[in-house]
Every structure is written in C-alpha cells, then in structure tokens.
Design a protein around this ligand. Structure first.
Ligand code: PBG
Length: 328
C-alpha cells in the first residue's frame, strides 16, 4: 500500500507514539565500563585524549565502582598499568599484580559489580607487543602458556569473566584448559574474537601505556578489510570454548556485528573503543557535535546492529541520559 494510504510519518508525530513503536531500546544493563588501574593511592590521572577518563589507583577504582554500581551498570572491564615491565610481561601474572589487587578490593567492597578482566600483554611488556617476541615477530605458541598463566592468576584474584584480547591463535583453548585444571571451570571466557588492527585504539594506548615500541599489530590483529574472516575467527573461538564473543571496534564494523548476530547464538559484545569516544568528545569540545546526542545515537546503532552489550567509555553517561528521559 503506497502513499497517500501509507504515511510512515503518522507514527512519528509525538514522543508517545515514537516510544511505543521504538524497535531498539537501551538500558543500563547493556553497558560495561572500562577502567584503568594504576599504582599509588589517591591517584586520578586524566587521560588527555579521552576527556572524562582517568587512570586511577585501587582506592579510587573502588570509589568509582561503588558509584557505577549505584548508577545501574552491571560490569566493569579492567586494564592494568603495572609497576614494572619486562620482555614477556611477567608482572601480569603476579598474584599481587596491579589488576589482581584491584580485583581483591572490588570483590570485597563492591561484590555484585561484575569484574571482567582484559587478558593481554601489551600493557606489561617493555616492547608493547601482545606476547613474547621472536626477533621482531610475536611468537604465537610461546605466548599461549603465558596467557593461560595470566588468566589463572586473575581468576584466582576474583575475576568473574576472562576476556583475552591478544589475538593469538589457540588462546581460548589454552586459557580454558588452564582455568579448568586450576579449579575455575565455572569462570566464563569473553573472547575478543573479531578484533581488527585499528587506528581507533590510539587514545587507549595513551591511557594504558601500551603503544608498541616498533611496528604495529597487523600481524596478529585482523585486517579491517576482512568481514568473512571475522566470522571464521569467531567460529574458532566458539569451538575452543568462548562463552561470549566480541566484535571490536564497533561503529566502523556494524556489518560484522550484524553478521555475527545472525550466525552465532552466543552473547555478543561490541567494544565502542577509545577513538570512537575521543572523536565524539573532540567534536563536542569544538562545538561541532552534541556529545549526549551522538553518544546515544552511536550506542543505539550498535545495539540495532545486534550487539547484546556494549563496552563503552560512555557507560556512565548513558544511564544518566536514559534516566533523564533521553529517548523522549
Ligand atoms: C589490549 C587492548 C587494546 C584495547 C583493548 N584491549 C589495545 C590494542 O589492541 O592495541 C583497545 C580498547 C580501546 O581502544 O578502547 N590489547
């Protein structure tokens, strides 16, 4: 039935009509907040390229986590800035390491806020790559036992969900086997399954101190051109035992999110990454975009494409905006 019988504008005329026909909804349940934990006490060091984001010592992380929980956000994902770095990233698997200490404190003071941990080496190696080097290449197989070791240490410290982001082949199976062997058969794995080698991670590397000292990550993270390969990556991680899967970044890869949604029944997470957030903030600071509006539009688009949950630096802004009746 065409115009004038059909007039799609009829259902757009008021906030009330738009509300009942809205096809995608956001809720605080959808968001996961990334936090950067650093040594010290009372430290809150703003990240220049990410207004509103700071590196925080454990005590400040706990205070923030309490607020985040009260705001209705169900989960955090933690990244660590360790005291020391070496060639293999051994400070990542010390039971008194920086993220481990944060996990203990969070488990004690904010037990119901889910603690997701990023498992990788770029923040812990002195060369900034995501594993053990062999010459100028990251040695996949030599990195696997270290990933397993880091994951077990984090599970022991109280991580609720283990999220490997390194992009080594076979890491999910290696981590699953190690967790099971050490008594953590019930700890789920959220695999950064389709993680692209993206320029949008730039601000994160400032926040996490993880810029590679030479080269880039294109030999282990995915080529942005490869959509079908992303489905292959996800299928392998699922076969190896991933309980949840991730596509990262989010907005430039909505097609991959949509394809993954159709193909895999597992809970699907999208990572709205540092550069995606920084773009919105930078344009807003110049008066060129309305941050609140473009944040919410970005998040609803990511959910519309098929993501169940979104890791976003806007995870504290979005629930506040929803509470203020944003969608109306
Ligand atoms: C660690 C890791 C990165 C991000 C999440 N985990 C950086 C990278 O791969 O270089 C990026 C997150 C963001 O940009 O917000 N490997």
């Amino acid at each position: 039935m065409a115009f004038p019988i059909t007039r799609l504008r009829r259902l757009r005329r008021s906030p009330e009509l738009r509300r009942i026909v809205r096809q995608t909804r956001l809720s605080p349940d959808d968001f996961i907040l990334p936090l950067f934990v650093c040594p010290g006490k009372g430290v809150e060091q703003p990240v220049g390229s990410m207004p509103g984001v700071a590196q925080m010592s454990v005590d400040r992380i706990v205070e923030t986590a309490k607020q985040v929980y009260d705001e209705g956000v169900p989960a955090l994902i933690l990244f660590g800035l360790p005291e020391t770095k070496d060639a293999i990233g051994s400070s990542s698997w010390q039971d008194d390491g920086i993220v481990q200490r944060a996990l203990h404190a969070l488990a004690k003071h904010v037990p119901k806020l889910l603690r997701i941990v990023d498992v990788c080496f770029c923040e812990y190696t002195d060369h900034g790559h995501c594993g053990v080097l062999h010459g100028h290449e990251v040695d996949n197989d030599a990195t696997l036992p270290n990933l397993a070791r880091q994951a077990v240490s984090l599970a022991r410290a109280g991580a609720d969900i283990i999220a490997p982001s390194d992009m080594m082949d076979g890491r999910v199976a290696a981590i699953r086997a190690a967790l099971d062997a050490e008594g953590f058969a019930q700890t789920p794995i959220l695999a950064y399954a389709a993680k692209f080698a993206s320029g949008f991670y730039g601000p994160f590397r400032e926040a996490a101190g993880s810029t590679p000292s030479f080269g880039d990550r294109r030999a282990y993270q995915m080529d942005p051109a490869n959509g079908r390969e992303a489905l292959h990556e996800i299928a392998l991680d699922v076969e190896e035992g991933a309980d949840m899967i991730m596509v990262k970044p989010a907005l430039p890869y909505l097609d991959v999110i949509a394809a993954a949604r159709r193909r895999f029944p597992q809970p699907l997470v999208a990572y709205h990454v540092s550069g995606e957030y920084a773009m919105l903030k930078a344009a807003a600071q110049n008066g060129w975009l309305d941050y609140n509006r473009v944040l919410m539009e970005s998040l609803v688009a990511i959910r519309r494409a098929g993501a169940d949950m979104i890791i976003t630096y806007g995870a504290r802004d979005a629930p506040r905006l929803l509470d203020q009746g944003w969608e109306e």
